[in-house]
Design a protein around this ligand. Sequence first.
Ligand code: ATP
Ligand code: MG
Length: 449
Amino acid sequence: MEDPTQIDSINKTCYNIQNRNKMGCVHVVSNIPNIVLFALQRLEGKGFDAYLVGGCVRDSLLGMTPHDWDICTDALPEEILQCFEDQEVVCTGMRHGTVGVVLEGQMLEITTFRLDGTYSDQRHPDQVTFTKSLELDLKRRDFTINAMAYHLQKGVIDLFGGRADLQAGKIRCVGDAKTRFTEDALRILRGLRFSATLGFCVDETTARAMHQERMGLRAVAMERIRGEWDRILLGGNASIVLSDFFSIVAVLIPELQSCFISNDQAQVEWRSLANTIASSPPSRAVRWVLLLDLITRRRDAGVARQILQQFCYGQKEVQYILQLFKHKEKKLLPEPPCVKRVLRLLGMQGILDLIAVQEALATSKGCRRALGNLRRVKSLAREIVGSGACYSLDMLAVNGKDLIELGIPEGPKVGGLLEKIMMQVIDDQLENNRESLLHYAKGVLHEFS
Ligand code: ATP
Ligand code: MG
């Protein structure tokens, strides 16, 4: 049975990560996918130790479906390669002990047990050392809930109280928190991310060390920071994390420091913003606009672009967020021409995001009349889009070529006339059919020739 070469031949019925709930009954939390079982059994069949580790054990014990399944083993990278010589492998991470094995089109990461060396740049361990000890591998991991392993026969290996912390909903460092954050300050944000997404609280000692070591985040690459920050911002528990860890957010966005005139005011306004953000839909653009709204209350609006660029978002995303930001106070009337104009400007997702921003701001100000109005705008926008009504140039029944054929010289005048026709259609003065649009165009041709 060991070392099956066919993934389909695996008997997986007995391999489930199990967890006891408070009543003491065992229930299956998650099924391990066939390809993962195959890899574990293949390594074990060749005489190595193989475990599931990290996020997949944590998520399985929480009853969630893991999005990746990491395997750790005492096999050295070369030995992992030999074990999977009949499979497609990816070797780019081998220096750090990771071999990617592609099974049924999916890549599994298999990593040799390792200890991280010193961290002279607070980013990468200077060197990694492979080890035969699972314990040492678990010890280098960031939080107790991420430092558990699972073995097909031995079950859950929990050397640092990860299960108890999972049950208590606690984020706690493995080892001395201060040391762990000086080694790699990104762990501070990872901890806040787990708190924001899982709704866990941060253990007191760990929280204190996060505050103390927060300046280390300045040395961390923005791409790494952004990955965690986005998940904090969108997390279901974002309100508490943002409120309680202002000093850390202010390291990421230094512009926050100068937007309050006193500490008391900072406390009140920041908490209120954290609640507003958390009650808005989990859209990155919407939540960023709410944040930028606060930052720019006492600053030049130009800082908004700078901040987004510092976070290295793509150009398209920056443009989109800035567009929403620019129109955040736009008057939205529940009337077709107004809604169509905004649809034209921002598209359907854009108008929904803009409404979400305005709803969040209105809620924070207790402005109920505005909320009713926004609800009507939203349903009207859906109605307009659902009916196929025209609100953009590409939906117009005539195009530039048609106008040129009528005798308009090629160039900006074509755009000018198209715009005029578009506005007539949006304002319900003209029906969007070719005949009536061409008839109208002929009537105003003299203005454009
Ligand atoms: P998710 O995959 O849901 O984002 P995760 O905890 O699995 O969460 P990964 O980046 O996939 O995160 O990392 C896998 C495991 O590697 C973690 O569970 C943890 O044990 C360890 N790990 C990741 N990053 C660090 C780090 N910066 N310091 C220490 N251990 C880490
Ligand atoms: Mg993971």
